[in-house]
Design a protein around this ligand. Sequence first.
Ligand SMILES: Nc1ncnc2c1ncn2[C@@H]1O[C@H](COP(=O)(O)OP(=O)(O)OP(=O)(O)O)[C@@H](O)[C@H]1O
Length: 353
Amino acid sequence: MLSSLRLLDFRCFASLDIEAPPAGAVLIGENAQGKTSILEAICMLVRLHSPRTHRMATLSRFGADQFGIAGTSWSQERRVRYSRDGFRLRVDEEKRPNQSTYLEDGGLVVWMGNEDLELIRGSGEIRRRYLDFLGAQLDPAYRRSWSRYRRALRAKNLLLKEGRTRDAEIASYEEILVEHGTVLMEIRARLVEGLSPFAAAAQLAISGKDEKLTLNYLPASGPDMRQSMLQAKERETRLRQAVVGPHRDDLELRINGMPAGDFASEGQQRTMALALKLAQGRLLEQRGGKLPIYLLDDIFGELDPLRRNALMNHLPTDAQKWITTTHLDWLRETQEISKLARLVISQGSAKTQ
Ligand SMILES: Nc1ncnc2c1ncn2[C@@H]1O[C@H](COP(=O)(O)OP(=O)(O)OP(=O)(O)O)[C@@H](O)[C@H]1O
């Protein structure tokens, strides 16, 4: 849980200081005032991750060459500085030499936004990212294996692209791919097993109907990655890229037994996207041992009052919630939210309403 947040040259904010109420707050403001940027800063401080970009330099305010985020998170004073030289990280004034050591005792976060609909309609990459964000928060082995896997994959793809036969070199990277790919597949399988009942329960609660949501992990390489890689050798040489491994996995989503992307209605798809994120939160709580912070970016305007209330009732009562919105018309109909503190975000500042 966050109790304070300070920004320096982050996105549109030259500097900003927020005292964070334990229950969280509703951030109100016109478009482009920086509401989402505040949620993004919280996600960066807690997980060193932005749901909007991988290019950290874009987070520095235009014209500045670095940014800073600091705050008290789960009673630790955390500081993140980013410049051309990379990250400088501190926890309780102690230097953390790299991202892994900064994250090892970090907090937990669930991000919910309108773009979550892509979890249902979009490509497998979006569902892989959903699993990655969860896996990286719950298991340091996941983070380690993912970064080694990615590096080896890049190297193998470069060799395949060159088109020359360099079997020995490719084989050495494939060893790394199999070792870390297997770790990723095992963890992903356990994540999906843990998510399934939570997602199904959330779907029932939010739709208010007997809608059966099922999740099924689809490893692209089948259960034996080494074997599949051998079988795909010719195809990979022809296509000049690695086609087997967790970078091609998917998460199958079905509603009442039917593939969700093709058969679910728009309303069902919205509910499913919420259900997947709520399940993420429950699993973080169950396996991560603390209540995650929920960052809800502009999703309430899109929901009808029934689903809005069902969503709020399904979120853990004691979890800290940060909610952005441009207008408050809907707030009256949503009891749980109207109890939260309100901060008006305008022209680079935040004022309590
Ligand atoms: N690196 C940056 N430096 C300065 N300004 C930036 C930077 N990156 C984004 N901005 C600007 O910051 C402003 C705030 O963006 P943000 O998405 O946080 O607003 P918002 O209040 O959530 O808007 P909306 O309600 O439209 O979602 C935008 O005008 C955006 O162009």
